[in-house]
Write a protein that binds this ligand. Structure first.
Ligand code: SF4
Length: 326
């Protein structure tokens, strides 16, 4: 079944493409992340262009308020490299561009009226597609609403375009205080000298760094690869924070790893890694929010895993690759 609306643009930075090593790009863990394949044309009934339900929690055009104390501000729809497994397909690369002054004011107006949010996640797309000046303006306006905001900048730039992490950028981010950068590395080949240089600049400016990885078939669904990735991150000064089960995003089934396999990998990694290097294996329940797989799992049914969501309700996640799909 063809679903044109699931299409992401193709785009890759020169530096990221340069990390691919295998002769056949289909078997390369880096190339697989940016080269589109025919698999993206298939769509399963339980997949969606918005699998984690951002649009349900949109309170202004660019502000998503799902969790009580946190809000997500979509500051740009652009990325330096478009990941073929991207879960935010309803927004990423769709032409919305950078946040406008009016959209920012609408978001700040909501935050000022409600006064419950303590933490703002800048995301998109990639927030570091904004110039330093534009990003500084966004952050300054947020801090005008509440100088106590903790700001998280979720970005793949240290991986896909490490040259974007400059001394000026690090200094600007550090000048706000309570800013964290959340990196997205999926494979140890991504931890280059340039990556480490960028992280050193951030840490030197007082900006701590966490990492979120996605469990991806053919890329990192292997205990040795994940061990190398998580150890490499800690050595670089980055705390592995989450390992995400693949979201049920349209056209990404070929990347998803059966949940049972994910749990087996975590069991193996727990034997090998300290708490410092071990991330939480988490799943974003369709419509339900993010939960740790192991502690939120209630039971296994014939076709689905059943989880307790953050709101106390039960949510199902399909037993893909283990049983016939729905
Ligand atoms: S960098 Fe993030 S938002 Fe952009 S394509 Fe990759 S996963 Fe999606």
């Amino acid at each position: 079944m063809l679903i044109e609306t699931t299409r992401l643009p193709f785009g890759v930075s020169r530096s990221y493409a340069g990390l691919a090593r295998a002769e056949d790009p289909r078997t390369d863990p880096i190339a697989a992340q940016y080269i589109p394949t025919e698999n993206e044309r298939s769509h399963l009934p339980y997949e969606s262009t918005d699998p984690i339900g951002d649009t349900r929690y949109l309170v202004t055009e660019r502000l998503v308020h799902h969790y009580h104390d946190r809000a997500l501000l979509l500051v740009s729809d652009r990325c330096a490299t478009y990941c073929r497994f991207c879960f935010r397909r309803h927004f990423t690369g769709r032409g919305g561009g950078r946040i406008s002054a009016q959209q920012l004011e609408e978001a700040c107006g909501y935050l000022a009226r409600t006064r419950v949010v303590k933490e703002i996640l800048l995301s998109g797309g990639d927030p570091l597609m904004l110039s330093d000046n534009d990003l500084e303006q966004v952050m300054s306006r947020l801090k005008e609403v509440d100088s106590g905001y903790i700001i998280r900048v979720s970005t793949r730039m240290p991986v896909v375009m490490p040259a974007r992490i400059t001394e000026d950028l690090a200094r600007m981010l550090g000048s706000f205080g309570s800013v964290w950068v959340v990196v997205h590395a999926n494979h140890p080949w991504e931890l280059t000298d340039e990556f480490r240089r960028g992280i050193r600049l951030l840490l030197g400016a007082g900006v701590p760094a966490l990492n979120q990885s996605v469990l991806l078939r053919g890329v990192n669904d292997d205990a040795d690869v994940l061990e190398q990735l998580f150890r490499g991150l800690v050595r670089s000064g980055v705390k592995p924070y989450y390992l995400f089960q693949g979201d049920l995003a349209s056209g990404t089934a070929h990347f998803r790893v059966p949940l049972r396999r994910g749990m087996e990998l975590m069991k193996e990694l727990r034997k090998r890694l300290s708490g410092l290097a071990l991330p939480t294996y988490a799943v974003d329940l369709p419509g339900g929010g993010k939960v740790p797989v192991e502690s939120a799992l209630l039971r296994t049914e014939e076709d689905a895993y059943v989880f307790r969501g953050p709101d106390g309700a039960e949510y199902r996640y399909p037993r893909e690759g283990e049983r016939p799909a729905y």
